[in-house]
Design a protein around this ligand. Sequence first.
Ligand SMILES: O=C([O-])C(=O)C[C@H](O)[C@@H](O)C(=O)[O-]
Ligand SMILES: [Mg+2]
Length: 416
Amino acid sequence: MSRVAGVVVTPVAFADPPLLNVVGVHEPFALRALVQVRTDDGLVGLGETYADDAHLARLGAVASAVVGLDVYDLNGLRRIVIDVLGNGRGAAFGGMLAVQDPADVVLSPFEVALLDIQGKELGRPVADLLGGVVRPEVPFSAYLFYKWVAHPGRAGDSWGEALDSDGIVAQARRMVDEYGFTAIKLKGGVFAPEQEIEAVKALAAAFPEHSLRIDPNGAWTPSTSVRVAKSLEGLIEYLEDPTPGIGGMAEVARQTELPLATNMCVIAFDHLKPAVLADAVQVVLSDHHYWGGLRRSRLLAGICETFGMGLSMHSNSHLGVSLAAMTHLAAATPNLTYACDTHYPWKTEDLIKPGVLDFVGGSVRVPSGPGLGVELDEDAVGRLHEQYLSCGIRGRDDTSYLRRFDPSFSPNTARW
Ligand SMILES: O=C([O-])C(=O)C[C@H](O)[C@@H](O)C(=O)[O-]
Ligand SMILES: [Mg+2]
């Protein structure tokens, strides 16, 4: 029986294009933390999570406290996390979201790493530890963004500018051609709703067989949301976070046939009861990075099933360890019936060796090797850690970055 002998937390930075959203624009580098858990018999398990300073401090505190833990004692792991964090409230993560209790956010990468170790010890993929594979190929969606041609003062990326419907359709064309996606999501909340409705209609015309979604991250008032919903009914499969808050979402939900999805007003277990009582949300976007890892995401899936809510998957800018974990989770979650979000096509650097997580027909085949089934590229880990040290970014702040170029920018949600 393996026990935890030590944990190494390595913050890394990877190049990120200037992708626009309701709170600003992505900075030149996105941050992640790689969590490597080593056992006394030489196994190493991997987890990936956020890397803002406050989160790194919490990860460090838990890293020391888990030494000696039996790698199968996931309940014990959660108890340790809760004990170590005490009343440390107010975790901020992912740029736009905050949960009151950071325990599940901190738990996640450790839980994934222990599952990776369990799988390696047993010679079974993590999906088998989550109940078994119900879909060997996990469908993901193209994740489109309005974007600048380049970060000001830096070289451009291979995607070019997308600031209108033509740019968005061209971006979608490349995503679909290269990755085979059959679902397409547009990140909205950047331009006035009419312009974003026009972009969705252009996508529907160009990709009549694809499932479409738009997510303005709460940029619209409830009445604007209803107006947009009416014009997109029949064209999109769900409308994601049109307006902030459970109350606002419930008001919109009462006035549209479209299912409303969220990764903003239901992001922790204590948000589920009020959302269910208000019938505010028809699809929950799970995300193991803040729902407490893979097994607690399966618990979320069970709650969604019980209350007749759909289940999809959210992402933030991420690397391959996260994609592997997302793929195992989705492969083993029967009611996760929508294509999952992923930012993966936007990254040009990774921590893992290539060849395992390739997209074919928009889907990633669940890795068949033991554990997560991915292997670290140690040189890349060193390089991306050096990039973290030199890039100067210590927490995601899309708003301040955009204000450097447009001091009048206001990130108000419900602005339209
Ligand atoms: O579905 C979402 O709300 C997201 O993917 C949140 C992300 O932070 C996204 O807006 C981004 O990367 O700018
Ligand atoms: Mg969203």
